[in-house]
Design a protein around this ligand. Structure first.
Ligand SMILES: Cc1cc2nc3c(=O)[nH]c(=O)nc-3n(C[C@H](O)[C@H](O)[C@H](O)COP(=O)(O)OP(=O)(O)OC[C@H]3O[C@@H](n4cnc5c(N)ncnc54)[C@H](O)[C@@H]3O)c2cc1C
Length: 425
């Protein structure tokens, strides 16, 4: 009889949980999850507060692609609803718990941080070597990008997801958010949740564009003819025409989604660079949308003058002796009692987390296209230094960005997890 193989899943966030579920459900493998916290936490769902809603409807968030209603049934809601991310974290933990209940004899959780890939498995900080035949890397996003000249100062918050950092900001000091994406929206909601804040919040980003809002009513994605090879210019023209025809651009954005990886890979490197420079941010605003109730709340904050969104960059920040930070913006120098970095993920290798960094240092991985993630082959195996690909080292989740485009949200991660089952074919 063949020896049962052991797969180590490094990271127990959404991707780690979904991978573990599929590996246990669809194979005979033993699975060891290496994760310092409780599996089912992670950045998006582990650090959220009750007022942070999913930016997708419940019907899109099932752990099981074959059963799209699974999350909505678990939450006791309609598939069209936007539920909280805290609740989704509980759902992921329940998905993990039921996989453990069904296949506990083949599952082990090592509550530790992986440090390096070794010849026989994974080295960890405290538990020594965890032996494994194969490794699935699921360590999440690169660290957030930091503005040039970021100060080392208590009133500069480099990571708004650290526990309680936002609670410590007094309600009577103006706050600057660097970035105007979904993280800035989350931070603005947290800072204003109790209604006591009387000082304004300013969000700055290159374009001064907030995410757009989902329609109140769900509509099915448009069917698009995307079979012809497209240049970036053709594609943009085609999408604009279709959006005008459809009446609601959201249906076209949603219709593009299943095709995005193919479209991204068909672009030349120059076109991908042009997309990243000019179109990525507007695309993100259309693609990653706020729930309608969040959109209304943000609109109200802007109307009341409590949230201002400006285009432009941060030129410099200095710390005056009296506290807070003097920030040079396009419009001049302004004092803020706190500055919160709400930028998206930074570029690799600088923004690599410690495990991804060790894979790069040891030549098991190389930086992927445009520094957005790690390089992978068509099957999701990490590509190492010199183009070497090993059969036992897989990557899922946001670190696939660059080699793929659409790889951060649950539906895509769910398919990547399911595809792991076919990896030995
Ligand atoms: C704020 C936010 C909101 C989002 N909202 C939605 C949404 O509404 N709908 C949607 O579809 N998608 C959403 N996403 C996108 C997506 O669901 C997340 O990016 C997803 O959580 C990625 O899962 P992950 O497991 O790859 O990363 P994470 O959830 O961040 O998990 C990574 C895990 O790896 C562990 N880890 C890191 N390094 C090590 C190491 N060295 N050793 C062991 N463990 C390690 C960490 O402890 C962590 O638990 C959101 C993302 C963010 C950031």
């Amino acid at each position: 009889m063949a020896r049962r193989r052991t797969v180590a899943v490094v990271g127990g966030g959404a991707a780690g949980v979904l991978a573990t579920r599929e590996l246990l459900r669809c194979s005979d493998d033993r699975v060891i999850v290496i994760e310092p916290g409780e599996p089912g936490g992670g950045l998006a769902y582990g650090s959220a507060r009750p007022w942070h809603l999913l930016n997708s409807r419940a019907g899109a968030m099932s752990a099981d692609a074959a059963d799209p209603g699974h999350f909505a049934r678990w939450a006791g809601c309609r598939p069209e609803e936007f539920r909280s991310r805290v609740e989704y974290g509980s759902y992921l933990r329940s998905v993990f718990a039921s996989a453990a209940a069904d296949h506990g004899d083949r599952l082990e959780v090592v509550r530790d941080r992986a440090t390096r890939l070794g010849p026989r498995g994974i080295y960890t900080e405290k538990s020594g070597e965890v032996r494994a035949d194969e490794v699935v890397v699921a360590t999440g996003n690169p660290a957030a990008a930091q503005p040039a000249g970021r100060p080392d100062h208590p009133d500069y918050i480099a990571d708004p997801w650290q526990p309680s950092v936002l609670d410590a900001i007094p309600s009577d000091v103006p706050v600057l958010l660097i970035g105007a994406g979904l993280t800035a929206v989350d931070v603005a909601l947290t800072l204003t949740v109790d209604g006591n804040r009387d000082a304004p919040i300013t969000a700055v980003s290159r374009r001064g564009q907030l995410p757009l809002t989902h329609a109140a009513e769900a509509r099915p994605p448009a069917t698009l003819d995307l079979d012809r090879p497209h240049t970036l210019r053709d594609l943009v023209r085609h999408v604009r025409t279709e959006a005008e025809r459809a009446g609601d651009w959201r249906t076209v954005v949603d219709g593009l989604r299943p095709n995005l990886d193919r479209l991204w890979r068909n672009l030349t490197t120059k076109e991908q660079e042009a997309f990243l420079r000019h179109l990525a941010r507007p695309w993100e605003c259309h693609r990653h949308r706020m729930a309608p109730s969040v959109g209304s709340r943000i609109a109200a904050l802007r109307e009341e003058g409590r949230l201002e969104v400006r285009a432009g960059g941060v030129r410099s920040m200095i710390a005056p002796p009296a506290g807070g930070l003097l920030v040079e913006l396009e419009a001049g120098v302004q004092w803020f009692g706190a500055v919160v970095n709400c930028a998206g993920p930074g570029r690799l290798p600088g923004a690599a987390g410690s495990f991804a960094r060790s894979l790069l240092d040891d030549g098991h991985a190389r930086v992927g296209p445009h520094g957005l993630g790690l390089d992978i082959d068509a099957r999701g195996r990490l590509v190492g230094a010199g183009g070497r690909v090993r059969d036992d080292l897989w990557l899922i989740g946001p670190l696939r960005r660059g080699a793929r485009w659409e790889t951060t949200a649950v539906p895509e991660i769910r398919s990547q997890a399911l595809a792991l089952i076919d990896r030995r074919k």
